[in-house]
Design a protein around this ligand. Structure first.
Ligand code: RB5
Length: 144
């Protein structure tokens, strides 16, 4: 199960990513926003991050205008490693090296087709473990 959420600035790209993931056979839980009225991205980031950190969803995708606000907010939530990604290599590495459980994209930055390729790279990647786990343990220790 994947969690997805956006503010008003990311709602169109969220829809495209959701449709792509469902077409691939993923179950996707949409945490809003559901219309184009202005809303605050930290509220959406929190609901998606809570679903991921609780284990309800395995990973999450957050979209805002730039991807920046969502990533800043998401990384404040315990248990979350959110990567702001604008290219496919970084999206793959975010999983392989950083075991990112959230990726953040910007609808006003990244074109739809590239965004879908980015999501594909992320969901198809596997965590490398080993030395990367040691480094992630050190990241997570920073929460304490
Ligand atoms: C909303 O206008 C915009 O600030 C938001 O979508 C995002 O880009 C923030 O980082």
């Amino acid at each position: 199960m994947l969690a997805i959420g956006s503010d008003h600035g990311g709602i169109n790209l969220k829809k495209i990513i959701k449709e792509y993931l469902e077409k691939c056979g993923f179950e996707v839980k949409d945490f809003g926003t559901y219309d184009t009225n202005s809303c605050d991205y930290p509220d959406i980031a929190k609901t998606v991050c809570d679903a991921v950190s609780s284990g309800e969803c395995e990973k999450g995708i957050l979209v805002c205008g730039t991807g920046i606000g969502m990533s800043i907010a998401a990384n404040k939530v315990n248990g979350i490693r959110a990567a702001h990604v604008t290219d496919t290599y970084s999206a793959r590495m975010a999983k392989e090296h950083n075991n990112a459980n959230i990726i953040c994209l910007g609808e006003r930055i990244t074109g739809c087709d590239l965004a879908v390729e980015i999501v594909k790279s992320y969901v198809e990647a596997d965590f490398g473990g080993d030395r990367h786990q040691r480094r992630i343990d050190k990241i997570m220790a920073l929460e304490k």
